[in-house]
Design a protein around this ligand. Structure first.
Ligand SMILES: [Zn+2]
Length: 220
């Protein structure tokens, strides 16, 4: 923790919203003991926790809108373990080797509004924890050129799909297609609901020549 953060923590101490212990807004222990995602997802999507569990819902909100960026580090700690578990199986079953980590992008407008992309923060920490042992980060290749409505504000899957279709693209130039071709990819996002966003991102990456694609999210 930097000096300024230490001072800020003394003036405005932060507490775990679940156990009230001093520290991050959701501590590692409370996160790891949260209920797992209950509802079924597509076989290639791996959500970790149940979104309806209040500390999960609240902490994801705090990460995105409440300035609690440090939560991305806590989420990444747990997600890294989960990724390794699945990779062990995928390596054997599908020869899923040397995967690339791809965060679900935000549109420029949304990025400006928020100042950061929460999926990218989680990815950065995942790479730091992993230290190039299992995967590499591929950033700013999958992009979101158009701004769409917040998926969370749209009620059904058909409408969510319609909202998100055509909103992702592979950034032109720089040999980006070569970077994706024949590569295994792990998409990272904060929440999946109907899977529409992840499916659309998968479609675009597949069209660009990616091999196998799986996705990890904090919650469903
Ligand atoms: Zn706690």
């Amino acid at each position: 923790m930097g000096f300024l953060n230490t001072i800020l923590d003394i003036i405005f101490p932060s507490y775990c919203l679940s156990c009230q212990k001093r520290g991050p807004s959701l501590c590692l222990k409370c996160l790891s003991e949260s209920p797992e995602a209950e509802r079924e997802s597509a076989k290639w999507i791996f959500p970790m926790y149940e979104y309806r569990h209040p500390p999960i819902k609240k902490s994801i909100w705090l990460l995105k809108y409440g300035g609690k960026k440090e939560l991305a580090n806590i989420f990444a700690e747990i997600m890294h373990g989960r990724i390794l578990e699945e990779l062990a199986e995928f390596n054997i079953m599908y020869n899923f080797r040397e995967p690339l980590l791809v965060p679900i992008p935000l549109s420029k407008e949304r990025y400006k509004e928020r100042g950061f992309n929460q999926a990218e923060l989680i990815c950065k920490k995942l790479v730091e924890i992993d230290n190039n042992a299992n995967f590499k980060l591929l950033k700013e290749v999958l992009i979101k050129p158009t701004n769409t409505l917040h998926q969370a504000k749209i009620e059904n899957r058909a409408k969510r799909m319609k909202n998100i279709i055509g909103s992702f693209a592979i950034k032109d130039g720089g040999g980006n297609l070569e970077l994706i071709k024949n590569r295994n990819i792990m998409l990272i996002d904060d929440v999946t609901t109907t899977g529409a966003t992840l499916s659309e991102a998968k479609k675009v990456l597949k069209q660009a020549g990616a091999k196998k694609i799986i996705a990890f999210t904090l919650a469903h």
